[in-house]
Design a protein around this ligand. Structure first.
Ligand SMILES: [Mn+2]
Length: 267
């Protein structure tokens, strides 16, 4: 199943893009530690450019954390951005294959209470895609260069109507009219996606029907952006935005706890 129908009677549900520290803060501030509200992730890079592990939260609270696949959870991107090399250097090629297998099983989208659709990239290169079409996608594979699976991971919204060629060279950019038609056909209220750094941590576009949320403040230690997460509250799932700024990294060097022989490159 590609889209999980998430039905919750809890008072709130959190949608964010990444950052374990945010989750910890969120749990501590808003709920009791052992009963977190549900959280939906649509990350960039579970494993690249990050010092933290959302996956650990999934293990601790499997019923409450819903991890989605992003455009970096693919073999091509992991080769390009170094995760494959890192795993092979520290472990084995087989270990990387296991990571790859897990990434292929991550859902591509999450539908919340039949009202809000969450995905990493965005909507489609062609009109007429239904939730059922998304459910029927065979996700257990590397994404193709075009089509609905590719679009969910790669597309971006644009301010003008219609579609245009993506600046990324993959998928497309989609306008407010595209969003409107998709939502109407599928009886949804709005979409939430990530995939682009935003100065304020989030951006509401397409008359409130397309929300971008980016939860990594000061992205790559150089962008100076705020981070944000969204609480969807009440039965109408009205989005409530929370912003935050970056804090210094823990003063721990990479591999500080590794075996000293490993640090010398002898193992
Ligand atoms: Mn992305």
């Amino acid at each position: 199943m590609l889209i999980r129908q998430q039905k919750t009677k809890r008072k709130s549900l959190t949608v964010l893009h990444r950052k374990h520290s945010v989750v910890s803060r969120n749990i501590c501030v808003h709920t009791k530690p052992l009963k977190p509200t549900d959280v939906v992730y649509m990350p960039d890079q579970y494993v690249q450019r990050s010092r933290s592990s959302e996956s650990l939260m999934k293990l601790l609270y499997p019923e409450h954390f819903h991890l989605l696949r992003g455009n970096h959870e693919t073999d091509n991107m992991n080769q390009m951005y170094g995760f494959e090399g890192e795993v092979k250097a520290k472990y084995t090629a087989q270990m990387f294959q296991l990571f790859s297998e897990v990434f292929q099983w991550l859902p591509l989208a999450q539908c919340i209470n039949s009202k809000v659709l969450v995905m990493h990239g965005g909507l489609f290169s062609e009109d007429g895609v239904t939730l059922d079409d998304i459910r029927k996608i065979d996700r257990n594979r590397q994404p193709p260069d075009s089509g609905p699976m590719c679009d969910l991971l790669w597309s971006d919204p644009q301010p003008q109507d219609g579609r245009s060629i993506s600046k990324r060279g993959v998928s497309c950019q989609f306008g407010p009219d595209v969003t409107e038609r998709f939502l109407e056909q599928n009886k949804l209220q709005y979409i939430v996606r990530s995939h682009e750094v935003k100065a304020e941590g989030y951006e509401v576009t397409h008359s409130g029907k397309c929300i971008t949320v980016f939860s990594a403040p000061n992205y790559c230690d150089q962008m100076g952006n705020k981070g944000a997460y969204i609480h969807l509250r009440g039965s109408d799932l009205k989005p409530e935005f929370h912003q935050f700024t970056a804090v210094p990294h823990p003063n721990v060097k990479p591999m500080a706890y590794a075996n000293s022989l490993m640090q010398l490159g002898m193992m």
